[in-house]
Design a protein around this ligand. Sequence first.
Ligand code: GDP
Length: 321
Amino acid sequence: MPRAFITGITGQDGSYLAERLVADGWEVHGLVRRLEVEGEQPLLGGVVAHEGDLLETDGLVAIIDEVQPELVVNLGGLTSVALSWQQPLLSYAASGGAAAALMDAALRLQERIGSPVRFVQASSSEIFGTPRTELQDETAPIAPVSPYGAAKAFAHLSVGVYRGRGLHASSAILYNHESPRRPPSFVTRKISQAAARIARGLQQELVLGDLDARRDWGWAPDYIDAIVRMARAASPADYVVSTGVTHSVREFAQAAFDAAGLGPIGDRVRSDPGFLRPVDAAAPRGDAGAIRASLGWAPTRDFGEIVAAMVQADLDEIDRS
Ligand code: GDP
């Protein structure tokens, strides 16, 4: 049985990746923190948990030496742009430094055991900051505008460094990807939960930040499929993973209200300056043409389907409790 080691396994992406790899016949190992954090996904049965922290790199190296995985996927980090402004050093260490430490450990393991160790980094459209082109592909200039983006940029560049040293290392430049497992700190889940609560009479209105902010939102399990394809590919490479279509926060809110049968958002959704960001990446929109052509990847769900699935999951959750 091939072995994989995943950081961030209790997050949205980690939980989907663990399910996918277990279904594909992998032995899955994951990094978990000592303390459970609210909003994290429960660990899938059969997954081997290793206690540790992205900030304790000696521990990470020890886990990789012990598990001897054929594949390391780094999904871990401080995933919130907003939080990275409050804790920039933590963001640099967890989303930047830890990736380099993992690749270093993977390369040394590969040299020690004499068989290949593959690595996939979950990178982010945030590495492009305020993009200079309306549509970004793998050649877009790396120019982050948040501590989170800078940390991710360091990790992304390190993938190139270790690939140059002979590691099968790839960076998946993931645009926003959503699902019912997204924590409500992200705007999509905040909206889907609120639409469900309003529909069930548990809440009256929804207060957001910038309603005109635009994102290229995709379906999280599709982005996990992209990571799996990159891990399996004959040669390592960096790929943009995106839908190529953007929508505004306001459009997301309206689609969620529609899915919940609530009609026009009217004045039930409003913007409060308290939720605005100091700097926000302007309308990232990705061109996934390269991964489509090289690895046959394509998104399976469009915007309307994603919003409807999220709202339905939140309605079901309320109705169950
Ligand atoms: P991000 O792209 O990784 O930062 O994902 P988010 O879901 O946190 O934010 C997506 C966009 O929604 C950003 O442009 C935010 O400024 C905007 N936004 C507007 N209102 C809100 C809000 O209430 N919460 C969050 N998290 N984002 C909001």
